[in-house]
Design a protein. Structure first.
Length: 165
């Protein structure tokens, strides 16, 4: 029998990765300070639905969403995922959704789930995954110079098929 912990497993952040930032500065204020309706109107990140489904196939369903946010944003995130039929459209199991209250806690989820690949828009989060997740992808445009070694830049979802391996 195959040891399933040795198989590739993908983790994906939600805000500013699956869900588009609200404005050109990359803020996601509709989730933090806005209403539920504001959050539901926030579009998916461009190309996300076209890219995530094939990644789910590549990882044979071993894909988890891991997001840092408080209870209010957790509720809005769950509602957004339902509203956009995310799980049906991507093939990710609804049970494969994890939240934490502090960014370093993403490492705990990754360790527990044996995540081998992780996509996040924050280099500080990916720094916490060093030594735990061998393949770390920094998603989207960055406002500051990236100083964390060992990251693969993932500029946009259309690059995922070539870069997330």
């Amino acid at each position: 029998m195959k040891n399933t912990h040795s198989l590739p497993r993908l983790g994906i952040d939600i805000g500013r990765v699956l869900i588009a930032p609200e404005d050109a500065d990359g803020a996601d204020t509709s989730f933090i300070g806005g209403s539920l309706d504001d959050a539901l109107r926030t579009p998916p990140y461009e190309g996300m639905f076209d890219a995530v489904g094939p990644l789910v196939d590549r990882f044979e369903g071993r894909v988890w969403l891991v997001s840092k946010c408080g209870p209010s944003v957790q509720a809005k995130s769950r509602a957004w995922l339902r509203h956009h039929r995310f799980f049906e459209r991507t093939g990710i199991a609804p049970a494969n959704l994890r939240f934490c209250l502090q960014r370093p806690q993403k490492a705990d989820h990754c360790r527990e789930l044996h995540i081998t690949h992780f996509i996040d828009d924050r280099s500080d989060v990916l720094r916490h995954l060093e030594g735990i997740v061998p393949h770390r992808y920094l998603f989207g445009p960055q406002r500051k110079p990236v100083t964390v070694a060992g990251l693969v830049r993932l500029p946009a979802w259309q690059d995922a098929a070539a870069l997330v391996t």
